[in-house]
Design a protein around this ligand. Structure first.
Ligand code: NAD
Ligand code: MG
Length: 359
């Protein structure tokens, strides 16, 4: 039986790689619907390539309608930002499987998503490479024997830049990621380490593990994608060359694996050295704020994300300095009166309010 796939954010970086997976295994995957945002040309190319596409959506309302009514087995959510949250919630409310690239879904409304999962019995399989790595390390293991997890971070392009130089960072420089080619927003989040902080919150919800058992280690080569430590001290790591096609394919075939055509295989002797460093929380305050907002919970992580989205967009438009991204997020967090997370509507309302305040 073919898996019917609904792909949100089909024109983006993850969206394109997901199309490649569908093309590679036409007998396994059937792309039945897509959403796109502004790139009509790329959307048209996709529609031409896959004659199986029956549903196409663009606006938020159309996307929700498609997710709620279309016939599909798995939703691949590759939308960027909070815009991906309501579609994730809608698919899980139907008890669907969600292959999740949109980590913001779990940042803004992780607690609401947890409630929906408990009530409707859907599932989330992560596409984010670190979380895919952890899944690959713990699958088949006894979860009670898991002691901690370690998320690796490339450290971004400014790992070695002195803090005094951060004010001068331009969008052009920040958009040059050392190991991964990704969309603009996540590339800036990787430069501030906000992305790593989001991944900590994402891991907390996916793996139901306390924040004090989630470690972050900087590993500039991006070969070890993350690790799991067990109660006997054993550490399992998942390694590979940095390429999102593997975690995307794994999310679709989980718990099975499929042959991956001509990608080069990892050759450790060729790489020679793998190095590791403690993250610098002083240079990268966004990472610290994610731990704090995640631990406090409720509506704070939603505020964290909304303020970050506004600030990153401003930075990309050259309206603020790189260092002001963290400042705006810190202000938004300190001024917010934290509430319990209750519903999708409440989260979207807070997201809107923070955008209004800080735009
Ligand atoms: P991208 O910018 O390349 O693509 C984003 C997609 O989202 C586009 O297809 C666009 O059509 C859609 N979109 C943007 N705004 C929208 C809106 N308001 N409503 C509906 N759709 C909208 O981004 P990307 O790099 O593909 O990342 C997508 C998601 O996957 C992000 O959440 C990112 O954090 C996550 N992710 C990406 C990578 C990667 O390697 N690119 C790795 C891990 C996780
Ligand atoms: Mg990642």
């Amino acid at each position: 039986m073919k898996q019917k796939i609904l792909l949100l954010g089909a024109t983006g970086s993850i969206g394109q790689s997901t199309q490649n997976c569908c093309e590679r295994y036409p007998d396994e995957f059937e792309l039945v619907g897509i959403s796109y945002y502004s790139n009509t040309e790329k959307a048209q190319e996709c529609i031409k390539k896959f004659s199986t596409i029956k549903h196409i959506s663009k606006t938020a309302e159309e996307i929700i309608e498609m997710v709620k009514t279309a016939d599909y087995d798995v939703l691949v959510n590759a939308i960027v930002g909070c815009a991906g949250f309501a579609p994730t919630a809608a698919a899980l409310t139907r008890g669907k499987k969600v292959a999740l690239a949109n980590k913001e879904s779990l940042v803004v409304g992780g607690e609401v998503i947890d409630q929906i999962l408990a009530k409707h019995g859907g599932s989330i399989i992560p596409i984010d490479s670190e979380h895919s790595a952890i899944l690959q390390c713990i699958y088949g293991e006894n979860r009670k024997e898991l002691e901690s997890i370690t998320i690796t971070a490339s450290g971004g392009p400014f790992r070695e830049l002195p803090k005094s130089e951060f004010e001068k960072i331009t969008p052009e420089r920040a958009l040059k990621h050392p190991t991964w080619a990704m969309g603009a927003k996540i590339t800036i989040d990787s430069a501030t380490l906000m992305n790593k902080g989001f991944e900590v919150i994402e891991a907390y919800h996916l793996y139901k593990i306390d924040y004090d058992k989630i470690n972050v280690v900087v590993h500039p080569q991006s070969i070890i994608h993350s690790m799991a430590t067990f109660i006997d001290g054993a550490v399992l790591a998942q390694c590979g060359l940095p390429d999102m096609e593997l975690p995307i394919q794994y999310a679709l075939t989980f718990p099975e694996r499929k042959f991956m055509i001509p990608t080069p295989r990892l050759d450790l002797a060729k790489i020679g050295q793998l190095t590791f460093f403690e993250p610098d929380y002083d240079k990268f305050p966004c990472l610290r704020m994610c731990f704090e907002a995640g631990k406090a919970g409720g509506t704070l992580p939603c505020v964290l994300n909304a303020a970050n989205e506004v600030a990153v967009a401003k930075f990309l438009r050259n309206e603020i300095k790189f260092t002001q991204i963290a400042e705006i997020v810190e202000t938004a967090l300190s001024k917010h009166n934290r509430q319990k997370s209750e519903s999708v509507e409440q989260i979207l309302e807070i997201d809107k309010e923070i955008r209004r305040l800080y735009s």
